[in-house]
Design a protein around this ligand. Structure first.
Ligand code: GLC
Length: 719
């Protein structure tokens, strides 16, 4: 349809039909709504009538080509004006083929593979009838207590922005109308949901507007600049007002400043939750604040359908606001070609052909290899395939390695580490769980110790359960569960080489593991091919190349800890630990246990001298920074060369370093490569106290290295 046909269509709609387009329900609530007597339970409580359901605009959480075809056809039969349903779902890191969790993907620093994972997720879910995915989630995080850090790509605005763009490109492709195997993406959760006080999910977010713009908003903006079709409001307050009713954020920034004219959807019940927040007297006020803020779709609560008609009749809300929301929704349906073809990509034959196909699982394997991070290795890895090995720990068994938000992935389909090692090792492999996630029996322990005694090398497979992170999964204790720390200690007493593999959804306090084991490989939740990828990394068939996208703290007491901090007026000099009146702890170093950007490899990379084309630059005259990197090891490996910049003095204080570029290079043994970065004036801009965004002349340091800590340093002046 063209624009005029859409606006004509809106003219024909009754007010109730318009308002119902703004309602999104789960599919089960659509069943049996042919007559009012069927409206029971939550629907009745919500006061939603059968005709509201039949006129509602979209469905969340349903997938399966035949189910969607049936519902759409049923719906179209009853739709007076032939307006099709939109089907949306949480396809976060894969649909049936599950990729590593996004925090792991963030550690791959591989934007092409990230884009490919989104494209594959789109192809699978589009065949299963889905039109929109509630992804990418780009909330910047600095607090590993929060359960949803697993869903982000980490603590850096620049890296998050690049991944946001890559995921949007992968989901949407270049022509959403033509390519039925793609999805509309929905960037979330706008805004700053990843900064809840205490790392407690849904908790208050408090920060200056400048901090919000400098650190938290860039990745949402990047997704929208990449053409993301939809955005989701977050549960939290932003400067005291819940995002779902925050006119300054939604009308001011999103619509007026950023000119975003796509669909804004609430989060699950986040419109009605304004009442609980204390930002609305009742559902009617919640509807009033949300529609004025420009929330187009209300997810799973009835404030709009119940109260917008009366708000319009009373004149408190102009019908133009409803028309605006309906127009955005119909435009999205039109862009997806649903008026011409309400079934779009839903295709049972294609569904059974593409879901979990070998080619997709290969991509999941590749990404799992690249997302794993080698945190320590004093030589025990890679394993000798001829050695007798004991695989011990809860993840030696059948724990879920898909992680939270695994869509329709089947955890039993995932390749487990034990079976993958069985296939790959020629020596004797003994498997003993030793303990559960956080339970241990004497018999379990004894069997594990016996197995370990007979082995040359021990691999400990440890971690959090999949549901110890994710939504509603915040923890105040971010260590491994006690039973597992106990297991490490007991196994360590045997004095044999120990390599630990970690399956977890957040940076952990690794005391008791990193100091005890001879090697530690961070596997995160590696997805459908996780066991195969980890086994290949352990035996050296693959070479670890992941780099941490989020700092690992010394302890939860240090949180929030992140690399791009300010210096303070009393920075601690690590060489003078006896100084008292400096910014320090009495009982912990200031540095994280493992810094942002950190990761080891089976290769050794050495950096030559840092060279700058000049020590002065201007907007017209950028400068170049080069370094030659050599693989002095014996194996081909991938190095992620990182560029950081520090603005020594600003009108507001500036971070000690900020990631401004990186390049992944693959080097054969003995091979050297010169990596060159261009430093532009745009890179040096920041938000001043008056929120103007510009660079200032002055001194800068530039850092290049394998992570945010161990870097070469140069300096230059912006004139
Ligand atoms: C959940 C999540 C959001 C998800 C939505 C629909 O509460 O906060 O990320 O997309 O509801 O499932």
């Amino acid at each position: 349809m063209d624009q005029k046909q859409i606006t004509d269509l809106i003219q024909q709609m009754t007010l109730e039909e318009k308002v119902a387009q703004l309602l999104q329900l789960t599919a089960d609530l659509h069943e049996g709504t042919q007559d009012q007597s069927q409206i029971t339970g939550p629907m009745e409580e919500m006061g939603i009538t059968g005709e509201m359901v039949r006129a509602s605009g979209s469905v969340l959480g349903l997938s399966g080509a035949s189910s969607i075809i049936d519902l759409q056809q049923e719906y179209m039969k009853n739709s007076r004006l032939g307006i099709p349903l939109l089907f949306m779902a949480d396809v976060i890191h894969g649909f049936k083929t599950i990729f590593p969790i996004p925090l792991a993907i963030g550690c791959s620093w591989d934007l092409q593979l990230a884009e490919k994972s989104a494209e594959i997720a789109a192809r699978e879910s589009a065949a299963a009838g889905i039109h929109v995915t509630f992804s990418p989630m780009v909330d910047l995080v600095r607090d590993p207590r929060w359960g949803r850090v697993m869903e982000t790509t980490g603590e850096d605005p620049y890296l998050n922005s690049l991944f946001a763009r890559a995921f949007v490109r992968g989901y949407q492709g270049s022509n959403l109308s033509e390519d039925k195997e793609r999805l509309a993406a929905c960037v979330k959760h706008f805004a700053a949901y990843g900064a809840p006080e205490g790392g407690r999910d849904y908790n208050t977010v408090n920060m200056s507007e400048r901090q919000l713009r400098e650190t938290y908003l860039p990745a949402y903006k990047a997704a929208l600049d990449e053409g993301c079709e939809m955005i989701m409001a977050s549960f939290n307050t932003v400067d005291g007002i819940p995002a779902s009713g925050n006119e300054k954020l939604m009308r001011g920034v999103l619509r007026d400043e950023w000119n975003f004219d796509g669909v804004l959807i609430s989060d699950w019940a986040s419109v009605r939750e304004m009442v609980a927040h204390g930002a609305a007297e009742d559902d009617c006020e919640a509807a009033y604040r949300a529609i004025r803020a420009g929330v187009d779709i209300e997810m799973m609560t009835p404030c709009y359908v119940q109260h917008l008609p009366e708000l319009i009749q009373s004149g408190r809300v102009s019908e133009a606001l409803i028309d605006e929301a309906v127009l955005r929704i119909l435009q999205l349906k039109n862009k997806l070609g649903l008026f011409e073809d309400p079934l779009r990509g839903a295709d049972p034959a294609r569904e059974s052909e593409v879901l979990f196909c070998a080619q997709h699982r290969e991509a999941a394997y590749d990404l799992a290899v690249k997302s794993s991070v080698l945190l320590k290795n004093n030589g025990v890895l890679p394993l000798d395939p001829e050695a007798d090995i004991a695989l011990i720990g809860p993840y030696a068994g059948q724990e879920d390695i898909l992680g939270w938000w695994a869509c329709v992935g089947v955890k039993e389909d995932a390749v487990q580490l034990g079976s993958a090692m069985q296939e790959r090792l020629h020596g004797k492999l003994t498997i003993a769980e030793g303990c559960g996630i956080d339970t241990m029996t004497p018999d379990q322990l004894q069997k594990a110790v016996d197995a370990a005694r007979k082995a040359d090398v021990i691999v400990l497979a440890l971690g959090e359960a999949a549901d110890m992170s994710g939504e509603g999964g915040s923890r105040t204790d971010i260590k491994l569960p006690k039973a597992q720390l106990e297991l490490v200690k007991e196994i360590r007493k045997l004095g044999k080489p120990v390599a630990a593999v970690l399956f977890n959804g957040r940076p952990l306090d690794l005391h008791g593991v990193l100091d005890e084991a001879d090697a530690v490989l961070e596997a995160w939740f590696p997805g459908s091919e996780g066991g195969a990828a980890i086994a290949d990394l352990l035996i050296g068939k693959a070479n670890p190349s992941g780099r941490l996208a989020m700092s690992f703290p010394q302890s939860v007491g240090q949180v929030p800890v992140y690399y791009n901090t300010y210096n303070t007026g009393r920075p601690m000099d690590p060489s003078k630990t006896d100084e008292r009146y400096v910014s320090k702890y009495l009982d912990s170093p200031n540095e994280p246990l493992l810094p942002f950007g950190f990761g080891l490899s089976y290769s050794d990379f050495t950096y030559g001298e840092l060279s700058l084309t000049s020590h002065e630059m201007s907007a017209e005259q950028p400068l170049k920074v080069s370094v030659t990197v050599t693989n002095t090891g014996t194996r081909t490996g991938i190095e992620t060369v990182q560029l950081y910049i520090r603005d020594i003095t600003g009108e507001v204080v500036r971070p000690l370093r900020e990631l401004k570029g990186f390049e992944q290079i693959k080097l054969e043994p003995g091979e050297s490569r010169t990596v060159t970065f261009t430093v532009s004036e745009e890179m040096l801009r920041y938000y001043h106290s008056d929120l103007s965004y510009s660079s200032d002349p002055g001194r800068f340091h530039v850092f290049v290295g394998p992570n945010s800590r161990d870097t070469l340093q140069g300096s230059f002046e912006l004139v």
